[in-house]
Design a protein around this ligand. Structure first.
Ligand code: ZN
Length: 327
């Protein structure tokens, strides 16, 4: 970040603590780390949540980096963070809560006396709700070969229009391509916050499994855009914007699709690359067999930007090959 630190006049109280989530069969404790930075000046309350999918690790470091100089940077309001929401999945390199095989981000708002995943979701959700936040950003990672983008849930309905409209404004401030999810997922953290009139969105920050410093920087720069937009840090001398083809420039809301799928089994030869534009009718992948014999050419059915492509070299009928943002 090129922005100079401001001289902060109001004190900022930073605290690191834990929330107990379970006791293991060997009586070991599992705890959720919780971070907060509160300015003496009143202002917006923003949450950062990370590693709800245990293999999507980049957000942990983004939270750590945001908190490194927060005492000097935060002008007003509060920032809270759960940097590691799924420690069980993280330690085993797995998306889900390994021991119960549950997907935490399909378990919200959770249940006080439910399954392990529902209890964990309930603790996280109720802790966030208790602070009456103005914004929640949930940090995730997508396919290994992908561009960073913000993901908005499907429309939560007219009675939650104000929160959804505010979320769209935040997505535009992110500097990323903004995608509206076409899957009607109802148990994500962000969707359940919207149902409670809290603006909330997901960042998909490229590859999972490893901390890639480039992706950390994308996340930091984007969050700085948003915090400065909210007046919580000094205005930026230079706003971040991820470079994309003009038609898909950051700020436009695009629709997500991973169609068309392959109709054949085989080996994928990718033609289009993440971040590129494909036009309707343009080939974006070829499927060949083990002898290299052509099986199928997959053709784009919309003008679109390529968000990312499959982590796999093998494809079977009905499997997605690429994800796109379409206007
Ligand atoms: Zn995820």
């Amino acid at each position: 970040m090129k922005n100079k630190l401001s001289h902060n006049t109001a004190p900022v109280k930073v605290s690191y603590s834990f929330m107990k989530i379970m006791t293991g069969s060997d009586l070991s404790l599992k705890r959720l780390p919780l971070m907060s930075a509160k300015s003496a000046n009143p202002g917006p309350v923003v949450w950062l949540t990370a590693c709800g999918h245990g293999d999507e690790v980049c957000g942990i470091v983004i939270v750590q980096e945001i908190f490194k100089n927060i005492r000097k940077r935060l002008l007003c309001g509060s920032i809270y963070a759960f940097p590691l929401m799924n420690p069980i999945g993280f330690e085993t390199g797995s998306r889900n809560i390994t021991v119960s095989r549950e997907d935490l981000n399909r378990s919200f708002p959770g249940k006080l006396t439910g399954t392990l995943g529902e209890r964990l979701a309930n603790r996280i959700f109720s802790t966030i709700m208790d602070t009456s936040p103005n914004l929640v950003i949930d940090l995730h990672n997508d396919w290994t070969k992908s561009i960073p983008y913000t993901l908005l849930d499907h429309n939560p309905g007219h009675s939650h229009k104000a929160a959804y409209d505010k979320t769209k404004i935040i997505a535009r401030q992110s500097g990323f391509v903004s995608i509206v999810d076409t899957d009607k997922l109802i148990n994500t953290l962000s969707y359940n916050l919207l149902l409670n009139d809290i603006p909330a969105l997901t960042f998909e920050l490229c590859e999972p499994y490893l901390i890639n410093e480039k992706n950390v920087k994308y996340g930091l720069d984007s969050i700085s855009n948003i915090l400065s937009h909210l007046g919580m840090i000094k205005p930026l001398t230079e706003r971040f914007s991820y470079p994309t083809p003009v038609a898909y420039r950051a700020g436009k809301l695009l629709r997500y699709t991973d169609k068309p799928y392959s109709s054949k089994s085989g080996i994928i030869r990718f033609i289009a690359k993440p971040g590129e534009e494909v036009r309707r009718g343009q080939p974006f992948a070829k499927i060949v067999n083990a002898f290299g014999k052509h099986q199928e050419t997959i053709i784009a059915i919309n003008d679109a930007i390529v968000l990312g492509h499959s982590d796999s070299s093998v494809v079977f009928p009905g499997m997605p090959i690429m994800a796109f943002g379409i206007i």
